[in-house]
Design a binder for this molecule. Structure first.
Ligand code: UDP
Ligand code: MG
Length: 321
């Protein structure tokens, strides 16, 4: 038998995009010498997305689906797809057509030149707010500076990965998924191709600012301990300054005997110290809350329906912890 390619598609309220996405993906896959499966993960959509996916799965047996019991988030939806996919080559692609399916051919060709990971790097992004582009840009650069893992800049999850990488990902038990980081961490031979990111076909973004912020924090806390060190370093720095100020206070009190009540400096000091302490506690809290999540070992997601038969043995087994 020829190799198989799996396409993993997370879906959250994409009723107007699913049919078109399916058509474009299938057209591309049919042009290849591979058998394929397309796995849709319905991440608690409140529109007719699930219905559309079911219709496709009736028409085409290569269409598989997993229906989550609620919205668990994009990264977890993709992880569920990776848990059950069986292809030698695995593509992760958004369902809003911001990632052009036609690029899968190029991704696969590049992979066949001898790479385990080929990610699609955004040369430009269309139809996204200035704020989103700016925050994304600075986040990717910050992350690259403070981690030891070479996480590529300006890259989403659109990529092709080899089965060997999927098997590594399945062994990574963390609750906070940041797949780009985890894939970079996995190593192997990785490369990229560049593309211009389209604007979304229909509907609106499922990534609220809140979700983006959470993803950013997951990326940072999952792959860097620098923020914790930052808390320690600023703590020492501020203590040093406070010590000098104490010396000065004693000096003015006892030597030059000039001790007009310094309300301003007092307030500034208190506010400054309070601020630094709160920031440090906050940073520590972010890490501790993630520790807590991982100790609880809850299942990553809950499936309410699926047409994948192997599912119960492979992924549901994970919930037995
Ligand atoms: N998505 C998801 N769960 C969510 C939010 C988004 O599965 O909670 C999916 C969404 O359907 C899309 C992909 O993740 O296929 C990227 O989301 P979106 O296009 O909304 O994000 P953006 O491109 O605006 O960053
Ligand atoms: Mg999008």
């Amino acid at each position: 038998m020829t190799d198989q390619i799996s396409v993993v598609v997370p879906v959250y309220n994409e009723e107007h995009n699913i049919a078109l996405l399916y058509d474009r993906v299938v057209r591309v896959l049919n042009g290849m010498d591979l058998s394929y499966e397309i796995i849709f993960i319905n991440d608690g959509s409140s529109d007719r997305s699930l219905e559309m996916i079911r219709q496709l799965s009736v028409r085409d047996t290569c269409v598989k689906f997993i229906d989550f019991s609620r919205n668990f988030g994009h990264q977890i939806a993709v992880s569920a797809g990776l848990d059950v996919c069986s292809g030698q080559h695995v593509v992760i692609i958004d369902s809003d057509l911001q990632d052009p399916p036609e690029l899968i051919t190029d991704l696969l060709n590049r992979k066949r030149e001898g790479f385990e990971v080929v990610y699609a790097k955004r040369r430009s992004r269309q139809g996204e707010s200035v704020l989103k582009k700016a925050t994304a840009r600075s986040f990717y650069r910050l992350l690259q500076r403070i981690t030891n893992v070479p996480i590529p800049v300006d890259t989403g999850d659109f990529r092709i990965i080899d089965r060997s990488v999927v098997e590594v990902l399945k062994q990574m038990p963390e609750q906070e998924k940041f797949l780009r980081g985890q894939i970079a961490w996995a190593g192997f031979r990785q490369t990229y191709i560049e593309y211009d990111r389209d604007s979304r076909n229909a509907g609106k973004t499922g990534y609220t600012f809140r979700k983006m912020f959470r993803l950013a924090l997951d990326g940072i806390t999952g792959f860097s301990n620098l923020p914790l060190k930052f808390a320690t370093i600023t703590g020492f720095l501020v203590s040093g300054i406070a010590f000098l100020m104490a010396l000065y206070a004693l000096y003015s009190r006892f030597i030059i005997k000039e001790y007009v009540p310094g309300w301003t400096s007092l307030m500034l000091t208190i506010l400054f110290l309070g601020g630094v302490q709160l920031i440090s506690i906050g940073i520590i809290g972010e890490y501790i809350s993630r520790l807590g999540n991982n100790i609880r070992k809850r299942p990553l997601y809950v499936v309410s329906d699926t047409n994948i038969s192997t599912f119960s043995s492979s992924a549901l087994g994970k919930q037995e912890h």
